[in-house]
Design a binder for this molecule. Structure first.
Ligand code: EPZ
Length: 416
């Protein structure tokens, strides 16, 4: 398994262009199943999860092409089964459920297993689709779904589930009649999916708010669409500028989709200034600890929790992080402690006391954002930090070493 070697202590200086959003591109690619003409996407990041999704689309009967950041998808002859071998490598595969039911009135999708950060059930997806007339049974690890025809329904999510909202947006786009999604997820990636579906001829309104209305239509056409930039990648590089006491200009940065993160970074003593489509980030003086609670959008995103924790490790005073979205998203804590961090866990709260500095050690990545936090810690730690199992990183950060090396980081990948 590959590992990263990072020599810390170098202030990062220069310009980084933010890539397209993984968490917007994945549902948008699944939504291509719904179209009766070719789709041309741009600003698609070259990530493992994207290649996995394209493989799934091909298994489901689509032709796909991926050249630089441009993807072309054309549905040829739709099939209804998403196999376990593929779903187990990427939970987001469950997002094909809504489209398959809408189009074929049947679906056989492997039940996604849990993952490092939690059980991650899909009960809210199934309950909402049942309201639209779908019937499910679980059989040898597969979700078997069928329906006569999906009908519009009034749905109220127990929790504003991102994937659940996305599955239902896709299902409702071709259902009969109107669907209302209450307590819908407001994440920018959900909004991007809705905009894409509307560009294909869907009739969706209210995206970005907690009440979304969908008028079902009879078909959706292909279209050209540019995927939004990745706000979590942008937040991660903001943290990189701060932990290394450097200065970064982030191009194509979705600054206004990061209000909660920008607010907390400024509270800690990070300076951020927007100009055109770029954001200048640096810190002035010592960082101070803050209290963070992860929430559904527009609250502080759970996908930035591990990254801001590294800033807290190097801040004056103490701070706390309450993880309210996932039940087990602190695997990076013990790895950061190996680097000299002072962090105590109690239930789903981490209390972080700032230390003067971190010292290099071999550490192990456990999930995508935990890996990012270990890279950030390595950039700040004295000595050469070895981050193992970095295949997690390759799922969500495009050309990470290249982008960091271009702004001065001493980082190399050792093929394992
Ligand atoms: C999406 O996951 C993102 N993934 C996650 O990003 C992100 O952390 C998460 O939203 C929250 O923002 C993609 O977009 C591909 P949820 P998703 O459904 O859709 C519970 C990353 O690092 N829940 O909003 O799975 C669930 O267990 C990844 O890029 C149910 O109980 O998130 C969790 O505790 C990690 N039943 C909470 O809701 C359900 O049916 C949030 O889940 C669905 C969810």
């Amino acid at each position: 398994m590959d590992k990263l070697l990072i020599e810390g202590g170098v202030p990062l200086r220069g310009e980084i262009r933010i890539s397209g959003s993984k968490n917007a591109a994945l549902p948008i690619l699944m939504a291509c199943l719904l179209t009766d003409g070719p789709v041309n996407l741009s600003n698609v990041p070259r990530l493992r999860d994207i290649f996995t999704t394209l493989k799934l689309l091909e298994l489901l009967g689509c032709d796909t092409e991926f050249t630089q950041d441009r993807v072309r998808v054309a549905v040829r002859d739709l099939k209804s089964e998403a196999p376990y071998e593929l779903v187990k490598t990427m939970r987001a595969s469950v997002l094909c459920l809504g489209p398959l039911l809408a189009l074929l009135c049947r679906a056989k999708v492997a039940l996604p297993g849990g993952c490092a950060i939690g059980a991650r059930p899909v009960d809210l997806h199934l309950k909402a689709l049942e309201r639209m007339g779908a019937r499910f049974e679980l059989h040898s690890g597969y979700i078997l779904g069928e329906c006569d025809r999906l009908r519009g329904a009034h749905i109220n999510f127990d929790f504003p589930t991102v994937g659940g909202t996305e599955n239902l947006l896709m299902a409702a786009s071709l259902a009969e009649g109107e669907t209302i999604l209450e307590n819908a997820a407001r994440e920018p990636e959900v909004r991007d999916l809705a905009e894409f579906l509307n560009a294909c001829g869907a009739r969706i309104s209210g995206q970005g708010t907690s009440i979304i209305r969908v008028q079902g239509v009879s078909s959706l056409r292909g279209c050209d669409y540019r995927v939004m930039p990745d706000r979590i990648e942008a937040g991660t590089y903001m943290a990189a500028a701060a932990v290394t006491d450097g200065e970064l200009l982030l191009r194509d940065c979705p600054f206004h989709e990061l209000d909660a993160v920008v607010f907390k970074l400024r509270e800690m003593g990070v300076w951020l200034e927007e100009s055109d489509d770029a954001v200048l980030v640096r810190r002035h003086g010592r960082l101070v600890g803050v209290d963070v609670t992860t929430q559904p959008y527009p609250g502080f995103p759970t996908d930035m929790q591990a990254q801001i924790m590294v800033l807290m490790c190097l801040s004056e005073g103490a701070g706390s992080i309450q993880e309210k979205i996932f039940e087990n998203r602190f695997m990076h804590v013990l790895e950061l402690v190996r680097l000299g961090a002072d962090i105590r866990l109690k239930d789903r709260t981490a209390v972080v006391r700032g230390v003067k500095g971190l010292a290099a050690a071999p550490v192990m990545a456990s999930d995508l954002r935990a890996s990012a936090s270990l890279v950030l810690a390595g950039l700040a730690a004295r000595g050469v930090t070895e981050v193992q199992r970095i295949y997690h990183l390759d799922r969500g950060y495009e050309r990470l070493e290249e982008k960091l090396s271009a702004v001065g980081a001493r980082i190399t990948r050792e093929k394992g």
